[in-house]
Design a protein around this ligand. Structure first.
Ligand code: ZN
Length: 158
């Protein structure tokens, strides 16, 4: 497998600075690379679009999947200017790129006020003890959706 290329990380870093300075959101950029070229560029747009899920990695993954016409980033590398938060890490695992390269660490992000350590700590707590409590409701009725999936013909599995 080819070595990571600094130029792609520099593109993610450039996005993190330029898009932040243009007022889009926080200082985070990401690119998706396939076959040696950038196929998608993402950047944080949380505050400009009122979308708390619009982190650079999620934005880049969405655009890359649109460009490729698929929901999987086969043989793609993700370059992100900062170590992914738990939400983006989840998105990365769902999208299944082959590798991730990051610039800043999550400690660097925490030092400027973007601290996601509490989310990692939440994962280890019992559900009712979390900052946002979670409670189960109507499981028997909710299972109807799963039963319908199980018997659905011609579904796209993933
Ligand atoms: Zn994130």
């Amino acid at each position: 497998m080819e070595a990571p290329r600094d130029e792609f990380m520099r593109e993610a870093i450039r996005l993190s600075i330029e898009k932040m300075q243009a007022g889009h959101g926080g200082p985070f950029g990401a690119v998706v690379v396939k076959n040696g070229r950038v196929i998608a560029r993402g950047f944080n747009q949380v505050t400009s679009t009122n979308d708390p899920t619009c982190h650079a990695e999620v934005d880049a993954i969405r655009k890359a999947c649109q460009a490729l016409g698929t929901f999987q980033l086969d043989d793609c590398d993700l370059y992100t200017s900062c170590e992914p938060c738990p939400m983006c890490l989840g998105a990365i695992y769902w999208a299944r790129p082959r590798r991730v390269f990051y610039g800043n660490t999550k400690q660097d992000a925490a030092a400027i006020g973007f601290d996601d350590q509490f989310i990692y700590e939440e994962l280890d707590k019992p559900l009712p003890d979390r900052q946002i409590p979670m409670q189960q409701l109507l499981r028997d009725e909710a299972l109807a959706g799963f039963e319908a999936w199980t018997t659905k013909e011609g579904k796209t599995e993933y």
